[in-house]
Design a protein around this ligand. Structure first.
Ligand code: GLU
Length: 298
């Protein structure tokens, strides 16, 4: 077998059982990686939102679907030093600054005229050393990127060339924990991941992450942001929608639903043969949990 260092991955947060939409994204990540001769890795993103037992449950469900990976799963909580090294490098390069804003401060500043929704308004960017010393006695600081880039473009298999804003986002939270945007970038680079397949709720995060990666000297991965699963009301599928996990739906039915929604035969081996990213449905997957039926939009 030809060895290639490049890899794809699935990176669940162990906050509960995976639902049909998460499982479908995992299947797609595996198909994208395997159909391009890449290694496939599993990463447990456990820096927050951890529920006891869910890591083991998620791994078991992925295995039941037939997915395999090339290394033991890595856990982010075991890799804190790497994130500290990376944030230290950014700090040494003058690319981080302390931010003392509460959520409320940000919401108030962001409602001012000319502000861009969701973007940090830059309140703490130019604080003087005296001001910072004063604020430090009030509350611990988060560290934000002093972004020199403002916009960044990534290439996405399903969305084409995608450009998005890069604001001064948080890199280290005010409890000292690395922010998700830092951890994901450091891990993808350290694990040789050059293909990122995940739900399209994260598409708008990709320019920020790729920009951060470029400041750390990492190559930008190639992305495929795949459609999310929705409930019949058009909201993101959730566990409260009914029978949506593998144990609730049953393996055969879940497999049938997932592969059918992708227009692929219901076994992983056959699906791999038939897989063509260009043929994937582009709209969200509407799941009807009570009838265990589904339809694809568009
Ligand atoms: N851990 C994230 C989630 O479960 C996914 C992050 C990623 O794939 O980059 O939503």
């Amino acid at each position: 077998m030809e060895f290639t260092a490049s890899a794809g991955r699935f990176a669940p947060s162990p906050s509960g059982d995976l639902h049909l939409g998460n499982l479908r994204t995992a299947v797609l990540a595996w198909l994208f990686a395997r159909s391009t001769g890449r290694r496939f890795l599993l990463r447990i993103e456990d820096l927050d939102r951890v529920r006891a037992g869910s890591e083991a449950g998620q791994i078991r469900d992925l295995e039941r679907l037939g997915l395999d990976w090339d290394e033991p799963p890595q856990r982010q909580s075991d890799r804190l030093e790497r994130y500290q090294d990376a944030s230290g490098r950014l700090r040494d390069a003058g690319l981080l600054y302390e931010c003392f804003c509460t959520r409320r401060d940000i919401a108030q500043a962001a409602s001012a005229p000319h502000s861009i929704p969701g973007e940090y308004p830059g309140t703490c960017r130019e604080l003087t050393e005296t001001e910072r010393a004063e604020r430090r006695s009030e509350r611990p600081a988060a560290w934000r990127l002093r972004t020199p880039l403002h916009r960044f473009t990534v290439q996405d298999e399903l969305h084409g060339s995608y450009q998005g804003p890069v604001d001064d986002f948080v890199v280290v939270r005010n409890d000292g924990t690395p922010a998700y945007n830092l951890a994901v970038v450091v891990d993808d680079a350290a694990q040789g991941i050059d293909q990122v397949v995940r739900g399209d709720d994260l598409l708008s995060s990709a320019p920020r992450q790729a920009a951060l990666g470029s400041l750390l000297g990492f190559a930008t991965p190639y992305y495929a942001h795949v459609p999310l699963a929705l409930n019949p009301q058009g909201q993101r599928l959730a566990k409260r929608d009914g029978a949506v996990t593998l144990s609730e739906v049953g393996l055969d039915a879940a497999r049938g639903l997932i592969f059918d929604s992708l227009g692929l035969p219901p076994s992983l081996a056959e699906a791999l043969e038939a897989f063509d990213p260009q043929e994937l449905p582009r709209g969200p997957w509407v799941v009807h949990p009570t009838t265990v039926g589904q339809e694809a939009l568009s």
